[in-house]
Design a protein around this ligand. Sequence first.
Ligand code: TYM
Length: 346
Amino acid sequence: MSFSPRVFSGIQPSGDLHLGNYLGAIRRFVPLQATHETIYCVVDMHAITVWQEPEALRRATREVAAAFIAAGIDPKRSIIFNQSQVPQHAELAWVFNCIARIGWMNRMTQFKDKAGKNSENVSLGLLAYPSLMAADILLYKATQVPVGDDQKQHLELTRDIAAKFNNDYAASIKEQGLGTEEGQFFPITDPLIAGPATRIMSLRDGTKKMSKSDPSDQSRISLLDDADAIAKKIKKATTDPAELPGDVEGLAGRPEADNLVGIYAALSDKSKQDVLAEFGGSGWGKFKPALAELAVSVLAPMNGEMRRLLDDPATIDAVLRDGAERAGAIAEKTMNEVRSIIGFIR
Ligand code: TYM
């Protein structure tokens, strides 16, 4: 027995989806449907690790689902669902809370950034967040997880949790015949972090990540921005005065230029080198309008489709329910095995 290739990824419904979420994650989910079994999840239980207004959470959950579909994820070919409809995520996360060590969680840079000086006063869920993320992935024995660069440390932790579970319960896994030839029950998942857009930066400051929590709306392109807003934000983006270099080495030390070239490359499915072959030597007066036009041509139709879908929440909810049923069947099989490996009587 070995693990069949399966892709899982998740997005939090915790605010405006932006260009970083699209290029670093959602856009890359689409082609994987042709080669893998694919499961894409709206992780609403992760979102509540910080306070969410109930109505805003419902709206944001539907928004992520609408973005998946509008970007080209087919709810028949892929499984699209929201995490809280499959309670096995929480159940496996509890088991992993007892596998992972507190020190592992305390080392997470995302936790340290979010908690800041306030670490005694954030929710316990925020500390345990990576354990739930490992459960999301391993419940489906996913072998590959496409994410942006900021999730790398969480995926390393997922590998550590899988390895420790496999090791702690090695005898029981073997006794019950539930492992691979190497005795693995959970796979050691590979992160898929590749391409020119693994870390899209703020349009105001090329050294800061584009993020939902940046107070400046000008720092990010929202997937719900209309054509006019997209073009304006790109034209106003901070840049340095120099013209574009002819090769990638010339982008070193120029974070804003590097970011905009990376965005162009990702939106046109090219490499940064290809983009510079075309625009090297040009000034921003030529490059920015070309980028704005490209961004509008990709994002505006998606934006229209998202709005159309959001006008009909009942259809989105039906997609999520159908996805949750299909996900739940896989999840329950894994959980049954986990319960018996651990020694829980059923
Ligand atoms: P989240 O919701 O913060 O982000 C969703 C996805 O978008 C990527 N991303 C970016 N990529 C490039 N540039 C950026 N500026 C940028 N900002 C965000 C993220 O890397 C991510 O891929 N913990 C996860 C959600 C999660 C998950 C999972 C992911 C929960 N369970 C299981 C994969 C597998 C998160 O907070 O992503």
